[in-house]
Design a protein around this ligand. Structure first.
Ligand SMILES: [Zn+2]
Length: 617
């Protein structure tokens, strides 16, 4: 059976069992997720956990009772009768069925449903579904829930259910809000919904990414700009955003004028472009800004760092000629790939084409879409999807999904063509013949937003940030805090590392025993814990606990360790370069593979030659 058919069958079976448990509770609506069934029932009586148990037992009983499942169609009149008899819920948009309403019947239970792929309840398995939660949904104006939602997981086999359950559990364990409790990365302001704040540890990660971004943008010919956070609404009226985007904007009056907080950076960059006359020799022009924009979101959509009100985009606008367009798109795609590769994320591309309502003539659209296809095909991207009609009204675009360590996809970079701005703001350049022409305008991000990207990284790495990004890079602890010799050597080690610019934790890693200190550093996901004992103090060495494979190394010369971490930071290695296994997966929690110190020189040479670092690539 197809996935959807399986879920449809269990959805009907669930509705049957709910009805058997309480004749007054009727199914109103069903929706399916990846593995989930969401069944909404009327709220004649609020169901409880106890009901969930009973319903689950009832479903299993129905499977063992081998009940035939009948399918028929009935007229609208017959359907109304069933509604009056409280056997089915009132049917929305009944006209769509054209007087042939599909009905599935089990015992005395009726359900509006297309025919199932099974004809008997015993074709389903009692072990491959699981009822999960009951929650209120669809509240009316008085805040009273008009329906209640019962969520379940359902698959063809028990194995599929188990593996999906495991995946969900992993995702829950990696929830960035949960990891945040161990690492103190960010918090949400109490003074407004969705306003994310970065605490020092999160700020280090973000600043490190931002510095990296500035460096990489400069290398590729982007020029940094800064633009204001507020403008009078004239600019949004001119751009057209005021009409269609006003409800999502923060607006206020000042000195009799209406202002808006920017929901996007484009108008500022356009104004800078227009500030001086441009010639074809100036193009392409690329303005880059880590610009924070503000958008009102439904409070239900807000989610930790992944969906916030203050969004800092790594935003750039490229102004180029028609002839330069393809080349510029290729460069952006290569840039995106370079960045994703550095962070160990995989990518998926999709081109969105002309929607029904669009500005610009057909020829312009055709040329633009063709250019997007040609550009993508000439990069290393082997395949990509096409969302027919999914483009914005002002131009086609390329969306990039980032795939994390659990295979989940996140909305990330975008490359968007714009026919609207150049027209509305009368953008021009002088061509080789001295004539005025419109430049092509591209909006693009290569990571998306700093808030979301940081949130995705927390979950992707499970908080175990690569050394170059880790807010706390190296913990240095002594076997005994009372031993003077150990303590003075510990201070020396810490100082040597800090002189090389490492973020070193010493006094904050406290504990009654060495193992308690190591455990604390582990919980904070610090890549290396340097352990100082008598032996190390006497021989100018360090012993290490390596976070990434939970292994230990004894008596490494201090100088050698400093060289290793410098190398690891420089190459932006995703995992410790002391792990002698470059293909080790990020999910691998295998314990105590002890790396051998004698392999270090080899490993370092490999790292220098770029053979290590990007795990799994
Ligand atoms: Zn833009």
């Amino acid at each position: 059976m197809q996935n959807t058919s399986v879920k449809q069958a269990y959805s009907v079976l669930m509705a049957y069992a709910v009805h058997k448990n309480d004749k007054n509770i009727l199914l109103e609506n069903s929706q399916f997720g990846e593995g989930e069934i969401y069944n909404d029932f009327n709220n004649t009586r609020a169901m409880t956990q106890n009901d969930i148990k009973k319903i689950s037992i009832e479903m299993k009983k129905a499977i063992s009772r081998r009940i035939p499942i009948e399918y028929s169609t009935i007229s609208s009149l017959e359907a109304e009768k069933l509604v009056l008899e409280k056997k089915i819920s009132p049917i929305n948009n009944i006209e769509q069925f054209n007087n042939e309403i599909p009905i599935v019947k089990i015992d005395d239970f009726y359900c509006v449903s297309n025919p199932l792929e099974i004809s008997n309840t015993n074709e389903l398995s009692p072990d491959s579904f699981k009822l999960q939660t009951i929650s209120g949904t669809n509240a009316d104006k008085e805040g009273v829930n008009r329906s209640q939602r019962l969520t379940a997981l359902a698959f063809s086999t028990k194995d599929e259910l188990d593996s999906y359950n495991k995946h969900l559990q992993e995702a829950q364990e990696r929830d960035h809000r949960r990891i945040n409790q161990d690492m103190d990365l960010f918090c949400m302001s109490q003074n407004g919904p969705g306003l994310a704040m970065f605490q020092p540890n999160g700020a280090i990660i973000r600043r490190t990414i931002e510095e990296f971004e500035h460096f990489e943008h400069a290398k590729r010919g982007y020029k940094p700009v800064y633009t204001p956070h507020i403008y009078t609404t004239n600019v949004w009226k001119q751009s057209g955003h005021y009409d269609c985007y006003k409800d999502n904007m923060f607006l206020f009056d000042q000195d009799g004028k209406e202002y808006g907080v920017k929901p996007m950076n484009c108008p500022g960059h356009v104004e800078i472009y227009r500030n001086t006359a441009k010639s074809y020799r100036d193009l392409p022009i690329k303005y880059f800004e880590l610009g924070t924009v503000y958008r009102k979101e439904d409070s239900g959509a807000l989610h930790g760092l992944l969906r916030v009100t203050n969004i800092t985009q790594d935003d750039a606008h490229i102004f180029c000629t028609k002839e330069q367009l393809k080349d510029e798109i290729v460069k952006v795609v290569d840039f995106v790939e370079y960045m994703m590769d550095t962070f160990g994320l995989e990518t998926e591309y999709e081109i969105s084409t002309k929607p029904e309502k669009a500005i610009g003539n057909a020829e312009t659209w055709e040329h633009a879409e063709k250019t997007l296809h040609e550009a993508l095909s000439s990069t290393k991207i082997k395949s990509y999807g096409v969302d027919q009609g999914g483009g914005a009204f002002y131009g086609p675009k390329i969306d990039v999904k980032m795939k994390d360590a659990l295979g989940r996809k996140w909305q990330g970079p975008t490359i968007q063509l714009d026919f609207n701005f150049p027209e509305r703001f009368n953008l021009e350049y002088t061509n080789a013949n001295g004539e005025k022409e419109r430049p092509i305008m591209l909006h693009r991000t290569v990571l998306g937003s700093m808030e979301r990207f940081t949130g995705v990284l927390i979950e992707h790495y499970n908080g175990k940030f690569p050394l170059w990004l880790a807010p706390e890079q190296i913990a240095v602890v002594a076997v005994s805090d009372e031993n003077e010799k150990m303590n003075s050597y510990k201070a020396k080690v810490a100082e040597s590392l800090m002189e090389e610019g490492f973020r070193v934790e010493t006094s904050s890693i406290r504990g009654n025993s060495l193992s308690a200190k190591v455990a604390k550093a582990r919980r904070r996901r610090i890549p290396y814990t340097v352990i100082i004992g008598e032996n190390e103090a006497n021989n100018n060495t360090v012993s290490l606990h390596i976070r990434d494979n939970n292994s230990k190394i004894k008596d490494m010369p201090l100088d050698e360790f400093i060289d290793v971490v410098k190398q690891e930071r420089k190459t932006k290695a995703l995992k410790s370069i002391l792990i002698n296994n470059e293909t080790q997966n990020i999910n691998d929690n295998s314990k105590s593979t002890v790396a051998q110190p004698q392999n270090l020189n080899l490993l370092m040479i490999a790292a220098r030659n770029g053979k290590l670092g990007k795990s799994g690539k």
